[in-house]
Write a protein that binds this ligand. Structure first.
Ligand code: BTN
Length: 250
């Protein structure tokens, strides 16, 4: 089993690691601890996740020993309306940690992390009354995927053509997230600037599903507030949240 002790010892304040052999979902487990009063900074890592959840209620594939499934507990001082920005902060932190391994990730708004045109990591943020749980799943060393994911998923190992140390990857994400999670307030345009540089959607024709219905058009940019700017016919839509962003013409 990987030894996370050294990586955890190097976590910046207030982050600290709690390892569970098994959890149904690290987001659920962290939520329970948050409700019971756990202070912010808890990073709960499951060696095996038996019911990991993705966005839109999908199951999350995280093979034991080859992937990272963890959740970070925060009690942000920023107004709650800004907490969804933590998902962008987490996606960027994962991308930056991958770059430390020499990889060139892209960010598919809002927070999928791609390597070579396939998804390698995802983020699921859930909020309670006075806390936020930032769940992160990374395909680190997986080399085989279930049939349904075979054409759309990849891993850091496949992109780097070498095995990646799980503790080092966890340490890198935590270090970058410590900085980026502080930028959801006044410094948000700086965070968005870093996402723009890595955005795989700019200039692409996409279809997506918003609360107001289906839309398709050309992605012009990401606004300073984190919204996707989509040109559809003659209108510029500012999209705050969307499901199922699909790149057309691929
Ligand atoms: C997505 O659909 O892209 C989000 C995937 C998030 C998966 C992670 S794994 C750790 C944490 N626990 C969960 O149940 N989900 C998140």
């Amino acid at each position: 089993m990987d030894d996370f002790t050294a990586a955890a010892a190097a976590f910046p304040d207030p982050f600290r690691l709690l390892v569970r052999e098994e959890a149904v979902s690290t987001n659920d487990e962290t939520t329970k601890l948050a409700v019971a009063g756990a202070p912010e900074g808890l990073v709960l890592l499951a060696m095996r996740q038996t019911g990991g959840r993705g966005r839109r209620g999908a199951a999350w594939f995280a093979p034991a020993g080859q992937s990272l499934a963890f959740s970070i507990l925060l009690r942000p001082a920023a107004p709650k309306v800004l907490w969804p920005r933590l998902a962008l902060a987490a996606g960027l932190a994962v991308a930056e940690a991958m770059e430390d391994f020499g990889l060139s990730p892209g960010i598919k708004w809002p927070n999928d992390i791609w390597l070579g045109g396939r998804k390698a990591a995802g983020v699921l943020v859930e909020a309670g009354a006075d806390f936020a749980v930032v769940g992160i799943g990374i395909n680190v060393n997986a080399t085989e995927f279930p049939e349904a994911l075979a054409d759309v998923a990849t891993s850091m190992q496949l992109a780097a053509a070498r095995e990646i140390a799980l503790p080092e990857a966890l340490g890198g994400v935590t270090r970058h997230f410590a900085l980026r999670s502080r930028q959801i307030g006044a410094d948000f345009p700086e965070l968005i600037g870093a996402i723009r540089e890595r955005c795989v959607l700019r200039g692409q024709r996409v279809s997506l599903l918003t609360a107001g219905g289906a839309l398709h058009g050309m992605v012009e940019d990401i606004a300073d507030g984190g919204e996707l700017l989509l040109r559809s016919h003659d209108r510029l839509h500012r999209i705050l949240q969307a499901d199922e962003v699909r790149i057309l013409d691929r």
